[in-house]
Structure formats: structure tokens, C-alpha cells
Design a protein around this ligand. Structure first.
Ligand code: 5AD
Length: 349
């Protein structure tokens, strides 16, 4: 079984049955070896530095009604907010002073009619912080809107495909959404020259090992620059609120498999993983993740951006959170890398 780990490291691919073997093995030695090789590959490319991204949660207003998500349209228990442009820029300003060189604007999905307002914020960020990367995570839009935001200076876009299986996608989303539409958006983002991120929720209701294999093969073929993987975590006000959470074990296996298939990928050790256990963030890094995304949103709004129950949010300011992260990383011999952390295409196999 260890030879499968060696095979994926040297060839950057495995067939479906080989992936199944690594996803389902109960041999702890094999799983440890998988993490060890993924960690070695990450270190060979990126050293022991972890890139940080300043996350700004722009709005929890959302037109979608995804069955798993705490800020879905029909959840009446959420106090809705949208930051003002000035609040966003103030987050960037304090984030820049702390050393951040990537800002991630994340939010619920709006119709294209507010695209110009967002375009104005991107333009302002681009002119005030020309040395920073701007990442968007704002859901599905028309090709025109993606093009507009790119012209305004956005560099990267995160849009998880959530699951590559069309029926499973349909079981997690309302009828007006589709897997094909999601894949179309991802293709546009790539064409427009965004560094593109996709990914899934691990252990989402109805997910099978076959789905995960399909997701891994899709990720390998699509070659995203970034891969976001976090465990599903139930949110009690949603229709899927009674399902069990995803596991750290399966999430970290996927980090390692993605690292070995796409050695240069930027893989965050996600907040959802850190929510499952205090050691989650470090376990993700030891399995091959190389990015962390501390929250820069104003502390008084964080509680309202509750995608799932128990979402790790401190009321502490960003500076305090960073100190904690740096201290935690030091315990496993890692440190914060303050660079922009762009994808390193020149190292592609
Ligand atoms: N558990 C885990 N992740 C979730 N997301 C949304 N709801 C949940 C949940 N209940 C993730 C989705 C989305 C990202 C922004 O947050 O994968 O793409």
C-alpha cells in the first residue's frame, strides 16, 4: 500500500481503485506515510513557510439557498449585514500594517446588479495597495462580471465546486442551481486569467467514496491553483443540520492526495478544520496544506457570518489572532511567510 503513495508522488496520478485504497485504508502506518510524503513535497516547494491571507467577510446577504449553509436565504435567524466600502478599506489598511499582502473578499452571493459597487471597491484596493493580491470569493456570476472584476485588478477567485457528482450536487442545492453552471463559472474564471481555486466540503450529507474519487480526478484535470477543502459541519438552522460532521481524518487524507497530485497547489488549512479540533489547523499543515486565512473582518460582525455551528471566531483583533497563529506554527517548526504567495507555475511537473 505504501507503494501507492510513492506512485502518486512520482506520477502525480492514481487510478480510481488506487485512490479508493488510500481513501479507505484503516492502516494507520499508510496514512502516516501519506501525510509524511505530502508534507515533504509541500516543503520542497514552499519550505516551512505558511502563506497568510486576510479574510474580509463582506456580507452575509445571499440570494442562494444551499441546504448546508447557515447564511442561506431562507434562514430567518441571521441578522443580515453588509460592510460599507469604507469598512472594507479600513480592514485592508489595518491588515496591510500587520503585514498581509493578500486580501480575500468573501461574501454571500448577490445578483449582478451590485457588481459595479464591488468593482469600485476592487479598484480602490488595487490603487491603494498595488503590491497586494486581491482574491474574490463571491459565488456565481456572469462571465461579464468576472471580466469586469478582473479588469479592476482582482487576481484570484475561489469557487468550490462542492461536489463533482451532478446528483449529489442537486441533493445539496436548490433546484435553480446546478453542477454544470458551477463548472461553467470555473471555466470562465480560468479563461479570464484568474488564479482559480476550487474544492469541496468533506463528509457532506450523501457523499460517498466514489464521489470523493470523482472530485479528486476532477481537481487533477482542472488544475486549479488553489484547492479549498474543509469538513462539512452541521448548522442547526439548515435542512441538513442533523447530519454528522465530516472528519479530520478524511479531510487531511484529501489534503495529502491533492498535494501529491498538484505539488504546487496553494492549499489552505481551513477554519472548518480548526473548528473540529484545536489541533485541526496544525494537522492540516502536517498533511501538506500551506496557507492560513486569518479573519480581518470587524469583530462585531464575525458571529453573523456563521456558515456552520461553532465556526472558530474569536472576538480578538486580527493582530492577536496572528500572534496565536505564529506561536502555534512554531510548535511544529513552521512560520508565517509574509509574501503574496502566488502560484509557482514555473515549478509545475
Ligand atoms: N460546513 C462546512 N462548510 C460550509 N460551507 C458552507 N456551509 C458549510 C457547512 N455547513 C463552505 C462551502 C462554501 C464555503 C464558503 O463555505 O464549501 O464554498
Amino acid at each position: 500500500m505504501k507503494s501507492l503513495v510513492d506512485l502518486i508522488e512520482t506520477s502525480n496520478r492514481l487510478d480510481d481503485d488506487q485512490l479508493r485504497a488510500l481513501l479507505t485504508t484503516t492502516d494507520a502506518e499508510v496514512v502516516d506515510y501519506l501525510h509524511e510524503r505530502a508534507r515533504a513535497v509541500a516543503q520542497a516547494r514552499y519550505g516551512t513557510g505558511i502563506f497568510v491571507r486576510g479574510l474580509i467577510e463582506l456580507t452575509n446577504v445571499c440570494r442562494n439557498d444551499c441546504l448546508y449553509c447557515g447564511i442561506r436565504r431562507s434562514n430567518r435567524h441571521v441578522a443580515r449585514y453588509t460592510l460599507t466600502a469604507d469598512q472594507v478599506l479600513a480592514c485592508c489598511e489595518s491588515g496591510y500594517a500587520l503585514g498581509f499582502r493578500t486580501f480575500v473578499l468573501q461574501g454571500g452571493e448577490w445578483g449582478d446588479e451590485r457588481a459595479d459597487w464591488i468593482a469600485g471597491i476592487i479598484r480602490e484596493m488595487r490603487s491603494r495597495w498595488p503590491d497586494c493580491a486581491i482574491t474574490l470569493s463571491l459565488g456565481e456570476h456572469s462571465r461579464e462580471v468576472y471580466a469586469l472584476w478582473r479588469e479592476c485588478g482582482a487576481d484570484r477567485y475561489l469557487l468550490r465546486h462542492e461536489t463533482h457528482n451532478a446528483e449529489h450536487y442537486a441533493a445539496l442545492h436548490p433546484a435553480e442551481m446546478s453542477r454544470d453552471r458551477r463548472l461553467q463559472c470555473l471555466a470562465w474564471l480560468k479563461e479570464l486569467g484568474y488564479q482559480t481555486g476550487t474544492g469541496i466540503m468533506v463528509g457532506s450529507p450523501g457523499q460517498t467514496v466514489d464521489h470523493l474519487i470523482d472530485d479528486l480526478q476532477f481537481i487533477r484535470e482542472f488544475r486549479p491553483e488553489m484547492v479549498g477543502l474543509g469538513p462539512f459541519i452541521a448548522q442547526h438552522d439548515t435542512p441538513l443540520g442533523h447530519y454528522p460532521n465530516g472528519t479530520i481524518d478524511m479531510t487531511t487524507r484529501l489534503y495529502s492526495l491533492v498535494r501529491l497530485m498538484l505539488p504546487n497547489a496553494l492549499i489552505p488549512s481551513t477554519t472548518a478544520l480548526a473548528t473540529l479540533s484545536p489541533e485541526g489547523r496544525l494537522q492540516g499543515i502536517l498533511a501538506g496544506a500551506n496557507v492560513a486565512m486569518p479573519n480581518l473582518s470587524p469583530a462585531d460582525y464575525r458571529e453573523q457570518y456563521a456558515l456552520y455551528d461553532g465556526k472558530a471566531h474569536t472576538s480578538s483583533e486580527a493582530a492577536e489572532g496572528l500572534r496565536q497563529l505564529a506561536t502555534q506554527l512554531a510548535t511544529i517548526g513552521y512560520h508565517i511567510d509574509w509574501g503574496r504567495g502566488d502560484y509557482r507555475k514555473n515549478l509545475d511537473p
